[in-house]
Design a binder for this molecule. Structure first.
Ligand SMILES: Nc1ncnc2c1ncn2[C@@H]1O[C@H](COP(=O)(O)OP(=O)(O)OP(=O)(O)O)[C@@H](O)[C@H]1O
Ligand SMILES: [Mg+2]
Length: 420
């Protein structure tokens, strides 16, 4: 396969590293060529806490995907999240040049002017400056101002910032595996690309990705990003609660959660029970399944309460006519959509999995793959190919020298230094 036809995304999650190698099919869908899924080590709430462990797990995931695709990847789009992420909407303004026709340079300048309006602490950097809307001479709602006429160009821009060291740590860990980080993309931005329909993002929709270490939010209104945020409570906290309250190991709590969990206590009858091993002993004991569901209910309620408060504070709660799309591993708990709707003003809620996937769609049908697919889609949209650069053709003169060496010098060397 040509090096310039396939793309790659690496989702460096708190619980798993997902690598996707894909190509765009003629019908515009993304065909999956390779998938690598390996448990994440050395990460906490989206940030690297043990470099060597993180590198080892990223490397395993990348190798798996390369083996399945039978293709090497030299570059990839990589996700970024964590408590250090902040976002806000700012505006930029420029005067259009004397011709009155808006050029690419004017557009670049207006985005730069919005970026300049963000005051950054020395340790922070801008990860994204995503244009939400342009206005020409005060007339807003312009999507593509290139070539249009006016005297003044304004841009409304969603700026995402993060601590430079934290994003650099992820970049370094990926690059140590031999894969160049072509772009770091905010995880909810990538996820939204994979799970949202155009209609939803035009109507106004919130994507809530409940992963292992973080719950990421992204809101789209009028087809453009309006808000993004990260909440530091997610599925791992639910598992920890179960482990602590039932006095069982983390691994067993994870199993019990996935096998017997539910979002509401009253989804489970009082008679049902689950056998568990008490920690530190070989004793088995039974616990009411309803208790497990009640522990989950309390944490999930907290997650949705924090999400609802965050959206309310940002003044966009009323704009979500398209409802809420849940994704990430933790939304697979039965009853999660009902809980989300109850906690968020009865908005319609659905589970989001990657759309527009052709070949091997069933392999990425779980909400845990939405971010990885979104990263690969982002790379495909921007034509950022993952293959190694083609090796330059061998110059003809090198072949001539090699032939001359073989015919004239090599026989003499063998004559003087015969092989034993
Ligand atoms: N079937 C399931 N039922 C309930 N919870 C599940 C299920 N499958 C996965 N989870 C939970 O989902 C979480 C992992 O989700 P996901 O793979 O989206 O996270 P991540 O991308 O690794 O982490 P993050 O995005 O927070 O950095 C874990 O807490 C896991 O226990
Ligand atoms: Mg994730």
């Amino acid at each position: 396969m040509a090096n310039d036809s396939y793309v790659a995304g690496v989702d460096v999650g708190t619980t798993k590293i997902c690598t996707l190698i894909a190509q765009t099919a003629p019908n515009g869908q993304l065909d999956i060529l390779g998938l690598g899924l390996h448990p994440a080590r050395g990460l906490k709430a989206g940030v690297i806490v043990d470099h060597a462990e993180a590198v080892a797990s990223i490397s395993e995931s990348v190798d798996q995907a390369e083996q399945m695709a039978e293709l090497p990847i030299a570059g990839a789009y990589v996700g970024v999240t964590g408590s250090h992420i902040r976002s806000r909407n700012v505006t930029g303004r420029v005067r259009v040049g004397p011709s009155g026709e808006i050029t690419a340079a004017d557009i670049e300048k207006v985005v730069q002017s919005a970026r300049d309006n963000v005051s950054l602490a020395p340790e922070r950097e801008i990860i994204h400056a995503l244009v939400r809307d342009f206005a020409i001479d005060g007339q807003s709602g312009v999507r593509r101002p290139l070539g249009m006429h006016g005297a003044r160009l304004d841009a409304d821009v969603h700026v995402v910032t993060g601590i430079a060291g934290a994003t650099l740590n992820v970049r370094d860990a990926v690059e140590e595996t031999g894969v160049k980080v072509q772009k770091q993309v905010l995880e909810p931005v990538a996820t939204s690309l994979a799970v949202l329909s155009e209609d939803e993002s035009n109507l106004g929709v919130a994507v809530i990705d409940i992963g292992g270490g973080t719950t990421d939010l992204a809101v789209f209104v009028d087809g453009a990003i309006a808000h993004s945020a990260t909440i530091l409570i997610a599925g791992n906290h639910i598992t920890q609660d179960i482990a602590k309250l039932l006095r069982i190991s983390y691994a067993q709590a994870e199993h019990v959660k996935k096998r017997f969990g539910a979002a509401f206590g009253d989804m489970v009858t009082e008679e049902e029970s689950v056998v568990v091993n008490e920690i530190g002993t070989s004793d088995q004991t039974t616990v009411p399944r309803r208790l497990i569901a009640e522990i989950i209910e309390a944490r999930l309620e907290e997650i949705f309460l924090l999400a609802a408060e965050n959206l309310q504070r940002s003044n966009i709660y009323g704009t979500l006519a398209g409802g809420v799309v849940l994704t990430g591993g933790s939304c697979q708990l039965p009853g999660t959509t009902e809980m989300a709707s109850q906690m968020m003003a009865d908005l319609p809620v659905r589970i989001g999995t990657a759309r527009s996937v052709g070949r091997l769609a069933s392999r990425v049908a779980s909400p845990i793959f939405a971010t990885g697919v979104g990263l690969a889609m982002h790379a495909a949209q921007e034509g950022a190919y993952a293959g190694p650069p083609p090796t330059p053709a061998r110059p003809a003169w090198l072949d001539m020298i090699s032939e001359w060496w073989g015919q004239n010098v090599k026989p003499r060397i063998s004559q003087y230094f015969p092989r034993r």
